[in-house]
Design a protein around this ligand. Structure first.
Ligand code: ZN
Length: 874
């Protein structure tokens, strides 16, 4: 069944309170629920029946106002329970039994490592008890958890523990009450043999919040970082948005089996272990950064998500786009702002632009869905964040902050819409957002081009900008977007020139709004012919074209905007490599472009002063970036050219890479401060080029780097480089790594992932073998992702092997995974999304793989929706 935004109707009944009693047992947990129900006048039909969602529940009893109903008084179907002829207010009691140990979907209440956890967003609560499982029903919850005290000493839920007791049979119970009304998707329960680390946070107004992080025994030495991040996030939200935490307790629990990254349940966030646990020898610097962001993201949801939630799931970006924007701002404020923006934009382009350009394209607010789980996408999250950022760019930071205050004041404790958010921004700024709303409702990435004309005599510069957006599924015609263009005019000496527009003279960066398909902006009092530096700090999620290489080289050297300085060098490299790919396809050999080499040499000049930036500048555009820019993607040519370029640069600058590699050796201290992270990034970048230019030297250094056993950042990069070779050092290093980290699930995930991403010629045979490795478990989402999705997403060379074996591998694994976990299996269809961008032979093979999946009789609706969208859109 398809759900449509246009069909929204308020619920027939509201739930004021819900009191839950859980008798926790892995195979048969009994859940008793008492709901205080009240007819909702806004629904319109005063005789409407009560519709309760329910899935995989065994109903034991149901009663209204204390009177048991017999089977004739309700209708029990596959999707829930319907009760007609209810009074306007009543109390409903239900009693159900569920099977948490058999819940391999990991949605609702399930068992992981013998402990109990929940995941209720988006529609998991209906797998716990009968309930109007929709976010516009906000209720006050209590939860009493009863369990065997020896096996489940820790019993957690949302809010505060108000009472507890023991029973003669070895059972104990705890009652939790959450004072804040919330939708069912924010309910959480954790029960098990967990250890915890505690700290406290004093809020700006002086209240003490008890912080706890709950993990499995043996992991308690891996939570310090998460705790630091949590406290930093709490402070940041007070300082930047004036938002204080609103309960006395904030708990985080980590679970090894989890469909997503983490979940913002009120007062009890539940995290994938991968996004909590970190120790220098087991987690990379990238992991540390990601953990910081996700801890912040989930914490920030307390206001943007929990206090103000979503009216319906079409509004998902209301909380996710806004919260990603907030975690991005936190990242920019607490680390390097330009580098952090660069990483965020690379992520947007790598996932969202790709999504927006293919059959899975959908607006930030999708108009329809079959399974909402399939819409936790880069568009809803990352593009949604860009849309919020554009609002701030257009109305200015002060008005934006006032708009946030108005948003909370107006919508606190409600389930809101995107209109409510934009309305608050309008109220704060007076800006008319009518045209801007297209960013929420039109899919596709606008292509922007430019032309400049300088009239020396009149000292006038005319900049003409054009926008066009290609059709996307279901949207043939696109109206122009409002595009904020942050720009500067760079003079011949590399400095920003002053210029006057609309009576205002600005010397640095200014913002103009492109609202038409084509529009000219006239700047007067411009002293010389400028190079326009457009979309500084990536002021809009668009594709820009039009610079020539001389302009790019000059911007890469001089642009006053840190993002655009990197962007110019990156675009230069893309253009050079695309040309090399075309040459390769004609049978010509590779010649190293001087500018490409010189830019890497210039990055090395900055290595001592700014190691992290230098590492970023040393890199080359990735295979997916190049694929994105080709009319017909040729994965073999891309790989050949990237390999040749790395080898040529590694050869040309070998001595310098070796020298800097030597200077950046481990200094005996591990820290995640920017200087240390930068040093390691630089050292690893050098090692990769040393390896590319001189494999024997590289292998020896990589082996020594692993043997030094300093940090996971250094060990894993060295191992990954060895895994790209066929040298005997590869298997020795893999075996040693496995032996060293056996039993540490998150590190074993890395062991799988680096092999899945390998470019070595025997990769396909080796990943087949890995599916039979004793550590491979298709039921564990992290392990599945580290083998199958790492391969599909990040190994273009072998996924697209001309034999079709890579497609066949992902198709077979998807069908197998679909039997145990449909939401994880469905995501795998994304790797086929751009199948029409390949040559006919590959298209045939990808289409055949998709058809095989679609033909499976017992395919889940989740995977079916994704596979059909990918297969049939035009
Ligand atoms: Zn989120």
């Amino acid at each position: 069944a398809e759900h449509r935004l246009a069909d929204y109707r308020p619920p027939a009944f509201l739930v004021d309170t819900v009191d839950l009693i859980f008798d926790l047992d892995p195979k048969a947990t009994r859940v008793r629920a008492t709901l205080a129900l009240r007819r909702n006048p806004a629904h319109g039909d005063a005789a409407a029946p009560l519709v309760l969602d329910g899935e995989d529940l065994t109903l034991n009893a149901v009663a209204v106002d204390g009177v048991a109903l017999d089977a004739a008084a309700y209708r029990l179907g596959e999707h829930g329970l319907v009760i007609a002829d209810l009074p306007d207010a009543c109390t409903l009691d239900t009693d159900v039994t569920i099977d948490p140990a058999g819940n391999t979907q990991l949605s609702g209440l399930y068992v992981s490592g013998g402990d109990f956890f929940t995941q209720c967003e988006a529609e998991g609560f209906r797998r716990i008890t009968f309930f109007p499982d929709r976010p516009d029903v906000m209720a006050r919850f209590s939860a009493t958890l009863v369990a065997d005290e020896a096996r489940y000493p820790v019993l957690l839920s949302n809010g505060n523990p108000v009472d507890r007791g023991a029973m003669p049979d070895g059972q104990a119970w705890v009652k939790w009450v959450d004072p804040h009304p919330k939708p069912s998707y924010l309910f959480a329960l954790v029960a098990g043999m967990l250890v915890s680390v505690h700290d406290e946070f004093i809020t700006a107004s002086g209240r003490t919040v008890a912080l706890g992080i709950y993990v499995r025994q043996g992991d308690e030495d891996k939570v310090d970082h998460a705790m630091v991040c949590l406290k930093r996030s709490m402070r940041w939200d007070e300082e930047v948005f004036g938002l204080e935490y609103d309960l006395d307790i904030f708990n985080i629990a980590a679970v090894g089996d989890f469909n997503a990254g983490a979940m913002e349940n009120k007062g009890l966030n539940i995290f994938n272990t991968a996004l909590v646990l970190a120790r220098p020898d087991t987690a990379t610097d990238a992991d540390y950064l990601r953990i910081d962001r996700v801890i912040a993201h989930e914490y920030f949801h307390n206001w943007t998500g929990d206090r103000v939630t979503c009216r319906d799931w079409f509004q998902l970006s209301l909380k996710e786009g806004l919260t990603v924007f907030r975690d991005q701002e936190y990242g920019a404020d607490t680390t390097d702002a330009s580098l952090s923006r660069i990483e965020d934009v690379l992520r947007l382009r790598g996932f969202q632009f790709r999504e927006d350009g293919g059959p899975l394209a959908h607006p930030v607010r999708p108009p329809a869905y079959r399974k909402i789980d399939n819409f936790y996408t880069a568009t809803v999250y990352e593009k949604g964040a860009e849309v919020v950022r554009m609002i701030r760019t257009i109305i200015g930071a002060d008005a934006f902050r006032r708009g946030m205050d108005i948003y909370f004041a107006t919508n606190d404790n409600t389930a809101a819409t995107i209109e409510d958010f934009v309305g608050a921004m309008h109220e704060a700024s007076g800006y008319d957002f009518t045209q801007f709303m297209r960013w929420y409702d039109q899919a596709g990435t606008p292509a922007v081009s430019f032309a400049g004309a300088y009239d020396a005599e009149a000292r006038r510069y005319t900049l003409t900008l054009r926008q066009a957006t290609a059709p996307t599924p279901g949207q043939a015609e696109k109206a122009p977007f409002v595009i904020p263009v942050a720009l500067g005019l760079i003079g011949p000496d590399g400095q920003d020139l002053a210029g006057t527009i609309d009576g205002e003279t600005v010397a640095g960066t200014r913002v103009v709004l492109l609202t038409e398909a084509a529009q000219s902006f006239v700047f007067t009092d411009v002293a010389a012919a400028p190079v326009p530096s457009l979309f500084r700090n990536f002021s809009a999620p668009i594709r820009l074209s039009g610079y020539d290489r001389a302009q790019l080289a000059m911007m890469a050297a001089h642009d006053s905007d840190g993002f655009n300085r990197w962007e110019a060098g990156h675009e230069y490299a893309v253009q050079v490599l695309l040309e090399a790919i075309a040459a390769h396809q004609r049978g010509a050999g590779f010649t190293l472009d001087d500018g490409l080499r010189d830019a890497r040499a210039a990055a090395l000049d900055q290595a001592a002063a700014a190691p992290a930036l230098a590492a970023r500048l040393l890199g080359l555009p990735g295979a997916s970036t190049l694929a994105d820019r080709m009319a017909v993607v040729d994965p073999d040519a891309i790989h050949a050219v990237l390999t040749a370029a790395r080898r040529a640069i590694g050869g040309a600058l070998q001595a310098r890479f070796q020298a800097i590699y030597g200077q950046t050796a481990y200094d005996g201290a591990f820290a995640v401060d920017p200087a240390s992270v930068g040093r390691r990034a630089l050292r690893n970048a050098c090692l990769a080029y040393i390896m590319a230019g001189d494999e024997a030297a590289g292998i020896a250094l990589a082996q020594a780097q692993i043997a030094a056993d300093t940090t996971m950042t250094e060990s894993l990069t060295a191992l990954a480089l060895l895994v790209d070779t066929t040298s005997p050092a590869r298997d020795e290093a893999l075996a040693a790594f496995h032996a060293r980290f056996q039993g540490d699930a998150l590190v074993i995930d890395k062991f799988f992932a680096i092999q899945a991403m390998s470019s070595a010629p025997d990769t396909l045979a080796r990943i087949e073998a890995l599916t039979r490795h004793p550590d491979f478990d298709i039921r564990n989402p992290n392990r599945y992702r580290s083998l199958v999705l790492a391969f599909g997403y990040r190994n273009a060379l072998w996924f697209h092997d001309a034999s079709g074996a890579g497609y066949d591998f992902v198709a077979r694994m998807t069908l197998a995974a679909d039997q145990v976990n449909r939401s994880v299996a469905a995501r795998g269809m994304e790797v086929f999304a751009d199948w029409k961008r390949y040559d006919p032979a590959r298209q045939d093979k990808m289409r055949a793989a998709l058809d095989r999946i679609i033909a499976a009789n017992d395919l889940s609706p989740n995977t079916r929706e994704m596979a059909e969208r990918v297969r049939h859109a035009d």
